[in-house]
Every structure is written in C-alpha cells, then in structure tokens.
Design a protein around this ligand. Structure first.
Ligand code: NAD
Ligand code: TYD
Length: 340
C-alpha cells in the first residue's frame, strides 16, 4: 500500500509514521510536511534512510505542488494530520488556521477525488463538540453530539469536518473522520501543557496554570490514537465519524502535580495565571463506537503513559532543547507576558 501521511513532522503525524513503519514494513510511506514552527524533522530521523520512506517538504494548501505529488505516487490512502493546532495561537492569529485547517483539507480532498484515492482520513478533534460542564460527569461526547465550537482552532477543525461530510455526500468521496481527545507522549512540541510543564519544571521555572487549573481534559497516549486510526483506515466505514478516547479525565492541576511529583520538584513552582479567553471547561469522549464496531482498546492507562512520557523527555533532551533554546523562547515571552 502507498500511504501519504501529511503533517508527519508534527507530534501525532510523526508518531503515526513510526507506528505505520513498524506495523506495515512493506508499505510505502510518503511523509509530507510544510515544516512550520511545529514541524521537526528530528522526529523522523530514524526513518529517513529507509527505502520505503520518503519525506517531502510541501504545504497542503499549495495545490500545484500537491497535485504533482498525487500524480507521482498515486496514493492508496491519504491521512491528514497537517494542521495549525495550538488554541492560544489561534486566539492571537486565526488566519493561518483557516487557511491550513480548512482550505488545505479542500486541496487534499479535490486531489483524492481526481486520483480516486481509496481512503481519505481526516484527523479531527473532540474540540469540535465544544465543552461539557464540570458538574455533570455523566455527560460525554458521542458522535452525534452537535458541533459547538469555542476557539478559532476548533471552529476551523469543525469547518473541515463539515466539508468532508459534504464531499462524501456530494461526490462520493471515500472518507472517514476521527475525533480524538487530548494526546500526550513522545515528540510533542513544548508549547502544549504536558511537555511545557515537564521542560519548565526541569529548569526550576514557574509553571503557568490557567485560571484555577480546574479545567478537565481526557488524556490519551498518542500510541493509542495511532492504533485507533489504523483500525479506522482498515475497517472503518466510509462516511463515518469515530470518537477516540480512553476515559482518562484529569484536571490540569492534577496533571501538573503528577509531573512535579515524578520529577521530585516542589509544588511552589505552580503559578496561577490569567485564564485563556473562551477556555473550554471539560472534554470527555464516549469511545463506545470504536470499541464495539472496530474492537479498539487502548493499551495505556494514564499513570503508565505519563510516567513513560516524562522518562522520554528526560532521556531525549537533545530532541526538545534546541526547540526551547531557539525561536520558541521568544514565543514564550510574548504569549505569557500579559498573563502574569
Ligand atoms: P502539531 O502542531 O504537533 O503538528 C502539525 C504538523 O502539521 C506540523 O509538523 C506542521 O509543520 C504541519 N503543518 C502545519 N501546516 C501545514 C501545511 N499547511 N502543510 C503541511 N504541513 C503543515 O499537531 P499534532 O498535535 O500532531 O496534531 C495533528 C492533528 O491531530 C491535527 O489535525 C490536530 O487537530 C489533531 N488532534 C490533535 C490532538 C492533540 O492533543 N495534539 C488531539 C486530537 C486531534
Ligand atoms: P493544551 O495543551 O494547549 O491543549 P488544549 O487547549 O487543546 O486542550 O492545553 C491543555 C489544558 O491545559 C487546557 O485546559 C489549557 C491548559 N494550559 C495551562 O493551564 N497552561 C498552559 O501554559 C497551557 C499551554 C495550557
């Protein structure tokens, strides 16, 4: 099989490229990424010399470059991880989110139609459902929960989902969508909660927790997200949406305290800062459809996954230190100066 993985130099796309290479060593992988600030080729280094792995630097919104790629490779499957993904950045500058997350998906789907790709898989997010109240633990997102977005990021992802549905219905595009909860694991860019807190705690720097730290996320190890997408690509039904999550709800303060405990650092590093505008209170996924229809089961508990992840960041400083020392330093100062 020839599989095109877009956004392959990012966190989940990179993990997925490794996953696919390990599970399907006879497949040909074409990894595409524009290498924005979030893309890091170091993530793909172990794959670069493999005969069945090709990396192409390309922007999914660039129709002519993408058309050449489709013409050259005639992909069987296209799985789209390429996106702008950080909610805080989307609050400051929505334009690039709309371009990549909506128009980029249109470019890919038009080419999938033209080249009769057997499966286009759109990697979406649980954030398209908006949020749930903190005092109703019985409520979970199902695939039929109405879309109700809060941030420019989630609105752009929901727009793409609607477009995918429209292409399925209007043109018969062979497509599926997955909506996963928050991921953690190796190779996550240190602007997101877990790697940010690990890296700052290691340097004895203050840990900026938004609001009171009571917002809840439903954490899933990235490996389990990859195995779910694998099942959807192979056995999922065209035109269907699949929710992915492992019932691992934690509030942000609990997550930060877990990190501090494992690193042997003091809780006095925690610093409550001004809240994110429009901050979603709680996400929680009902993954029954994945479990019942596709037989998916996550292998990680949160306790095991977070421990392994912290160990990974401790042993792979050469992956994240260049990021933290570079432009990202400037980002941190700019984004957090008004929150103090
Ligand atoms: P990420 O920001 O780590 O990686 C995104 C990658 O896309 C980067 O390598 C970047 O260079 C690339 N990219 C950005 N714009 C591009 C463009 N125009 N053309 C080509 N490449 C481009 O993000 P991630 O956390 O790996 O998320 C991947 C996907 O999974 C996204 O679609 C996101 O919405 C979705 N998702 C993420 C999470 C999460 O917790 N991280 C949860 C659910 C769903
Ligand atoms: P994040 O990793 O940005 O993911 P998302 O907003 O897509 O869920 O944030 C996870 C949670 O952590 C979210 O409730 C916001 C919070 N948060 C902080 O408290 N401090 C921070 O510095 C960051 C980046 C996030």
């Amino acid at each position: 099989m020839k599989i095109c993985i877009t956004g392959a130099a990012g966190f989940i796309g990179g993990n997925f490229a490794h996953y696919w290479f390990n599970h399907y060593p006879n497949d040909q992988i074409i990894a595409v990424d524009a290498l924005t600030y979030a893309g890091n080729l170091a993530t793909l280094k172990p794959l670069m010399d493999q005969a069945n792995f090709t990396f192409v630097k390309a922007d999914i919104t660039d129709g002519s470059t993408m058309a050449h790629l489709f013409e050259q490779y005639h992909f069987d499957v296209v799985v789209n991880f390429a996106a702008e993904t950080h909610v805080d950045r989307s609050v400051v500058d929505p334009a690039v989110f709309l371009k990549t997350n909506i128009l980029g998906v249109q470019v890919l789907m038009d080419l999938c139609r033209k080249y009769d790709v057997k499966r286009f898989h759109q990697v979406s997010t649980d954030e398209v459902y908006g949020d749930l109240p903190l005092d109703r633990p019985d409520l979970l997102f199902t695939e039929s929960t109405p879309l109700h977005t809060s941030s420019p990021y989630s609105a752009s992802k929901a727009s793409a989902d609607l477009l995918v549905n429209a292409y399925v219905r209007t043109y018969g595009l062979k497509a599926t969508i997955s909506r996963c909860s928050n991921n953690y694991g190796p190779y996550q860019f240190p602007e997101k909660l877990i790697p940010l807190m690990i890296q700052r705690a290691l340097n004895d720097e203050s840990l900026p927790v938004y609001g009171q730290g009571t917002n809840v996320r439903d954490w899933l190890h990235v490996y389990d997200h990859c195995s779910a997408i694998d099942l959807i690509i192979h056995n999922g039904k065209e035109g269907e949406v699949y929710n992915i999550g492992g019932h691992n709800e934690r509030n942000n303060l609990e997550v930060v305290k877990t990190i501090l405990k494992q690193l042997g650092k003091d809780e006095s590093l925690i610093h409550f800062v001004k809240d994110r505008p429009g901050h979603d209170l709680r996400y929680a996924i009902d993954p029954t459809k994945m479990e019942k229809e596709l037989g998916w089961k996550p292998v990680y508990t949160f306790d095991k996954g977070i421990k392994e992840t912290i160990d990974w960041y401790l042993s792979n400083k050469d992956w994240w230190q260049p990021i933290v020392n570079g432009d990202y330093q400037h980002y941190y100062e700019t984004m957090y100066k008004d929150r103090q």
